[in-house]
Design a protein around this ligand. Structure first.
Ligand SMILES: Nc1ncnc2c1ncn2[C@@H]1O[C@H](COP(=O)(O)OP(=O)(O)OP(=O)(O)O)[C@@H](O)[C@H]1O
Ligand SMILES: [Mg+2]
Length: 369
């Protein structure tokens, strides 16, 4: 048996470790210093979960890195919700860290962020309830051994957080299957004349995209079982630059990109362009600009910079420059080849060109536009 078959694969060998693996040391230190009351089934107290999310310093002087950058109150409301019998719905426009926060919350509360159901138009009811191993079902008839539990059923049994991604994309009859689970905390299995009852610690974190609302609007019965926390876009340029710089740094290390100077000025420029196009006016408030069809989220700014760093490291001189991000920006802005191109050209000529310190950027964008 090779090393990896024995399960002894070093964690660095996977492309993206789960939050509870990547931050195992932080979580362990938090648990060690956490003397506040923990709700039944929780690995940490609500206070420690919030510190894990927002960062802070522990009594031994060691630092906890911030995962979420934004209003503290929102995270407190989210964590407090999980300590009640209500489920949590994270709502927001694309790229506002809904999935990210949900993963870290599950990692901190139950030490397991993998009990995940991805909502799509084709999500079957089995993904929320349970399915069957048909070979066994045919051979032995319905039995506990033939039952294939859903991530939700496993979370109910172990008292953990179950995650549902893109809840509003699931067909409404599948969404409705959640109602009994959330209100009665039980999942009947009529075929076996039994039920699975949730143990303390079980709860659900769902995410949904603002823009998808209306595809499969949440039924009011289901909505009443959730507390909704709306994750906002970063409040200001500085905050967004901070988020992008942090994530780019982490991603660069995870992808073992060659060391490239942070290029904070370049990050600020990308964030400024995205914010101006998103909000429809320049940061000084003087000029109005048209907004393109794409979302231009923080997440997209992160990938523009990360690709730029790869370009600079492998094909440039190792310093992130305007030419390394221009292509990525144009790609993110011009989603619709006709209308977005016009909007971009107008922005380039009326805003970018007028900024003397943006000359290099203007030239680079002209080249790729
Ligand atoms: N306020 C923030 N704090 C920390 N990271 C953030 C913040 N906003 C965005 N990010 C980063 O943006 C990236 C994308 O976030 P995520 O995928 O969670 O977005 P989402 O809201 O789920 O988007 P979608 O609606 O497209 O699914 C993550 O890498 C996350 O770290
Ligand atoms: Mg998401």
């Amino acid at each position: 048996m090779t090393r990896s078959e024995s399960g002894a694969t070093p964690e660095a060998a996977v492309l993206r470790p789960h939050a509870e693996q990547q931050y195992a040391a932080e979580l362990a230190r938090l648990a060690e210093h956490d003397d506040r009351p923990r709700p039944p089934g929780w690995r940490l107290s609500p206070w420690a979960v919030t510190t894990y999310l927002l960062g802070g310093e522990l009594p031994d002087g060691s630092a906890v890195t911030p995962k979420y950058v934004g209003p503290r109150r929102l995270m407190e409301v989210a964590v407090a919700t999980l300590a009640t019998d209500r489920a949590l719905l994270l709502l927001g426009v694309p790229g506002t860290a809904k999935t990210w926060v949900s993963e870290h919350l599950a990692a901190a509360v139950s030490g397991d962020s993998t009990l995940l159901v991805q909502g799509t138009a084709g999500t079957p009811e089995e993904a929320v309830r349970y399915g069957w191993n048909y070979a066994r079902l045919l051979a032995e008839g319905p039995s506990t051994a033939a039952l294939v539990p859903s991530p939700l059923m496993r979370a109910m049994r172990t008292g953990a957080v179950a995650r549902i991604e893109e809840l509003t994309r699931m067909p409404s009859d599948v969404q409705d299957a959640l109602i009994t689970i959330l209100s009665e905390k039980t999942l009947p299995v009529p075929e076996l004349d039994t039920e699975v009852q949730a143990v303390p610690g079980f709860t659900v974190i769902a995410t949904a995209n603002d823009r998808d609302r209306g595809v499969n609007e949440l039924s009011s019965a289901l909505r009443r079982r959730f507390n909704t926390v709306v994750l906002p876009l970063p409040a200001g340029v500085d905050e967004e630059v901070d988020i992008v710089a942090r994530r780019v740094d982490q991603l660069g290390r995870a992808l073992t990109l060659p060391e490239t100077p942070a290029g904070l000025a370049e990050i600020r420029r990308v964030v400024t362009v995205f914010r101006e196009l998103r909000s429809g006016r320049t940061v000084d408030g003087r000029t109005t600009v048209k907004s393109p069809s794409g979302t231009l989220s923080t997440a997209e700014a992160i990938s523009v910079i990360t690709s730029g760093i790869a370009l600079a490291a492998h094909f440039g001189d190792g310093v992130l420059r305007a030419a390394d991000v221009a292509g990525g920006i144009v790609g993110a802005v011009v989603q619709d080849p006709a209308s977005d191109r016009v909007i971009w050209q107008e922005y380039l000529e009326t805003v970018v060109r007028e900024r003397p310190e943006w000359r290099d950027f203007y030239r680079a964008c002209r080249e790729v536009s």
